[in-house]
Write a protein that binds this ligand. Structure first.
Ligand SMILES: NC(=O)c1ccc[n+]([C@@H]2O[C@H](COP(=O)([O-])OP(=O)(O)OC[C@H]3O[C@@H](n4cnc5c(N)ncnc54)[C@H](O)[C@@H]3O)[C@@H](O)[C@H]2O)c1
Length: 321
């Protein structure tokens, strides 16, 4: 049996299940907490972990991070040395009318984890944050030290609150916490409320998709393998408290992103144009120099290559929901 134990919260989700693949391949023991919440079809999350369940070094805890006693028991029973905290309600648009629920899950859930971590002692704690904490800014590319005081919706506001609370936990208890701000992640198993999935789905079902600002929004889409590279490198290098962008550093125009998927599908998508809502920033754009300098992070996957893998995966899905 492996000697190193990592607790992955949200390990049945999109990014989490890829991380678990990588950690198990590195012969680590993985404890996954996930409550298979129905923000999208839980059957998709079950499918993500089919192979994990066969692995002798994998333990699944079906439970809710809002349950403080459960979180404490998991630390007591499995004594993880490291935590990657990914469990959250993600998605900017879905958060608009759900500030209360996002607060409970994302903020209180994160506090439960940090609190258990400091009581039981830990080598390193990785906290997933988001590029959307940068809000609407003309200061590009986004650098970690610039202001993140003006999030545009409840989701980034909850993530910002977690970043700040993480600093308090580091300061009070010496917990090593690295906050990683992920930029627009896509790839196989991507959440169905994200652009790559929605475009592929609209093409396949011959349905309309809403495109904001005539496609003139820019997003720093980052392939999931590159994100995992960043997470694992950060996990292996405790830094005290730090905040680090994990993106690609090459924003793509939304209209061009849609065009690539149309080319891969060999079919056009029906588009309904709409102005961008107040929750959508005009651009996300990562400066990744800090990640490069601190742990050699280097994104490798081009947008064409990444979308080709994503389309191939989408095409092979038995259930699309
Ligand atoms: N995908 C992106 O583009 C992106 C960008 C920036 C940040 N992030 C962050 O990365 C993390 C993973 O995102 P994802 O895209 O894989 O999302 P996801 O929804 O696929 O994964 C999150 C997982 O957390 C689980 N979960 C939710 N609430 C829970 C609770 N109360 N208790 C236990 N488990 C719970 C869900 O069931 C799900 O499996 C999130 O913290 C998200 O905010 C994602």
């Amino acid at each position: 049996m492996s000697t190193r134990t990592t607790l992955v919260t949200g390990g049945a989700g999109f990014i989490g299940s890829h991380l678990v693949d990588t950690l198990l391949a590195r012969s680590e023991r993985v404890i996954c907490i996930d409550n298979f919440t129905d923000n999208y079809d839980p059957a998709r999350k079950r499918a993500n972990i089919v192979d994990h369940l066969e692995h002798p070094d994998y333990v699944l805890i079906e439970g809710d991070i809002r349950d403080r006693e459960l979180v404490r028991r998991v630390f007591e029973d499995y004594k993880p040395q490291r935590v990657v905290h990914l469990a959250a309600l993600a998605g900017v648009r879905a958060s608009i009318d759900r500030a209360d629920l996002y607060t409970e899950v994302n903020i209180q859930g994160s506090i439960n984890l940090m609190d258990a971590a400091r009581r039981f002692g830990l080598e390193n704690f990785i906290l997933a944050s988001t590029s959307s904490v940068y809000g609407k800014t003309e200061q590009v590319p986004f650098k970690e030290e610039q202001s993140t005081d003006h999030p545009l919706a409840p989701y980034p506001a909850t993530k910002k609150a977690c970043e700040v609370m993480a600093h308090a936990y580091h300061n009070m208890f010496g917990l090593n916490i690295t906050v990683l701000r992920f930029f627009n992640v896509y790839g196989p198993r991507v959440r169905p409320d994200t652009m790559a999935y929605m475009v592929a789905d609209a093409i396949t079902r011959d349905e309309e998709i809403t495109i904001y600002n005539e496609g003139n929004l820019h997003r720093d889409w980052t392939y999931v393998d590159d994100i995992i590279q960043g997470v694992v490198a950060a996990l292996d290098k405790p830094l005290g408290y730090d905040v680090i962008n994990i993106g690609r550093g090459e924003p793509i125009r939304l209209g061009d992103f849609v065009d690539i998927i149309q080319e891969l599908a060999g079919k056009a998508v029906r588009i309904r144009h709409a102005p961008a809502p107040a929750s959508e920033p005009p651009i996300t754009y990562a400066n990744v120099e800090k990640a490069q300098r601190l742990f050699g992070y280097q994104p490798h996957t081009s947008i064409r290559e990444g979308l080709a893998h994503t389309w191939e995966w989408y095409h092979g899905l038995e259930v699309r929901s």
